[in-house]
Design a protein around this ligand. Structure first.
Ligand SMILES: [Zn+2]
Length: 451
């Protein structure tokens, strides 16, 4: 008789996962993670937990190859189990009930990212079942990793694991996770962006120093004045154009997919002397590209001075700095100084360094898997302007790809529903993704390593 767990599919799994309220900072992830662990234990996988806090564990599961090929690194799938809050949002349906209606599965996490876990787990269970039945014999190990705390700081999740349990990632080179592989209709083309990289995030402090004095006299050139001028510049103007190799690759591929005038326009954006002029012409249509073609920063905290009648000699601001992939901190500071001048002290308060270079080895095979599943789609490489746990995995030497394929209706807006009220996912998209991931593991991944 077929074991019950093998009757699970992406939809029923995602539905069950949504019913665990794992709101970051409110409810711990443990129950939801244990639910998955029990299924994978029963399926016969080796599983273990690694936790910074027992209530917020991280799950590792491994399916060992019977006849491993030493040239093929393990296949890794990973994702977070926590979700963002629903507080102050008006939902048409209970966000934790996992309701299926009119072809949609509703709930917090439907697309970020319990739906994706459902897809990965269906693919995994199918591989396990077929391996047991002797139908397939994959020559590489498979890992599934479910982590806590991505929507927070990852201090209990991936960041903790990479910083404290580096050995867990030994031998891993490539992984799939959120965000990418879902269809997006842009200017009439059905694109499937596959994430190959993401921006890097840092916090910096800029300090202006100057002569102090008594406020009864009018002073000029003070620290306050110079910092105010710097803040005005940083707020109104862009940092210089900086084209990262991965962004160049993304835009060249997009240009090829579009062809014609649009394709030509996308390519012109890569000419630094034209970039900002073209972005100005594009208006909101350029919003997709603008953050990928510059480092950017926002001044978010300002401080200095202690008494109203004293001119402060030390005034500072803290900034959220977003750097394009492959850019170094030195280069980012050079960009900032080119705008505000070098007469400031710049301190790095926090920096999650991204990958030094993007490894595109798996990209073509992933694009082919999507193209096979949807011949009308155009897979394109894509760099995310936000950040995910991929940045921590990069530090462990693992290149992540955002590859959780979904064939979505034209009027469905992934980015609009993520983190928002009425988050929902088409049931058909989950089935599509599970199938593409299964096929990719079964007949796609290994081909990248066969010479
Ligand atoms: Zn997410």
């Amino acid at each position: 008789m077929k074991q019950d767990i093998f009757n699970y599919d992406a939809v029923s799994l995602a539905q069950k996962l949504i019913r665990f309220d794992t709101t970051n900072g409110v409810n711990p992830e443990k129950d939801c993670i244990m639910f998955i662990k029990n299924i994978l234990d029963e399926a016969g996988m080796e599983t273990w937990l690694i936790s910074h806090d027992e209530a917020r564990p991280n799950l590792f599961a491994k399916l060992k190859a019977k006849n491993p090929d030493p040239n093929i690194p393990p296949f890794v799938m990973y994702g977070h189990i926590d979700v963002v809050p629903t507080e102050d949002q008006v939902w048409d349906k209970d966000p934790f009930a996992g309701i299926i209606e009119d072809g949609y599965l509703w709930g917090r996490g439907a697309i970020d990212m319990k739906g994706e876990h459902g897809m990965m787990l269906e693919a995994l269970l199918k591989i396990i079942e077929e391996t047991k039945e002797g139908k397939i014999d994959l020559p590489f190990d498979i890992y599934y990793i479910a982590v806590s705390d991505e929507e927070g700081t990852s201090d209990y999740g991936m960041k903790y694991l990479v910083e404290n349990h580096h050995e867990q990632f030994e031998g891993m080179k490539y992984a799939i996770g959120e965000i990418g592989g879902f269809s997006l209709k842009i200017m009439g083309k059905k694109l499937y962006p596959i994430q190959i990289g993401e921006k890097q995030v840092a916090e910096i402090k800029i300090t202006a120093k100057g002569e102090g004095g008594h406020a009864s006299m009018k002073h000029s050139g003070t620290a306050m004045e110079r910092l105010a001028e710097a803040i005005a510049k940083l707020s109104k103007e862009r940092l210089p154009v900086r084209i990262a190799p991965s962004v160049r690759y993304m835009m060249e591929e997009m240009s090829r997919s579009f062809g014609g005038v649009i394709g030509f326009g996308i390519k012109l954006l890569l000419k630094p002397s034209l970039t900002d002029k073209l972005l100005a012409l594009l208006g909101t249509a350029g919003n997709l590209f603008d953050p990928l073609l510059h480092n950017s920063l926002n001044v978010t905290v300002v401080g200095g001075g202690s008494a109203v009648n004293v001119i402060p000699s030390n005034v500072w601001c803290k900034c959220d700095l977003r750097m394009v992939p492959e850019c170094t901190m030195d280069e980012a500071i050079t960009d900032i100084k080119s705008l505000i001048g070098s007469d400031f002290e710049i301190e790095i308060l926090n920096y999650d360094e991204g990958m030094a270079g993007v490894d595109l080895k798996l990209y073509e095979s992933m694009a082919a898997a999507i193209k096979k599943a949807d011949p009308n789609g155009y897979p394109v490489p894509f760099v995310l302007q936000a950040v995910t746990d991929a940045r921590f995995l990069a530090r462990a030497g693992v290149q992540s790809y955002g590859f959780t394929p979904m064939d979505l209706p034209d009027d469905y807006d992934f980015t609009d529903l993520s983190h928002n009220a009425n988050e929902r996912v088409p049931v058909s998209a989950l089935k599509f993704g599970a199938k593409v991931i299964y096929e990719y593991i079964n007949d796609g991944y290994a081909n990248n390593f066969i010479k």
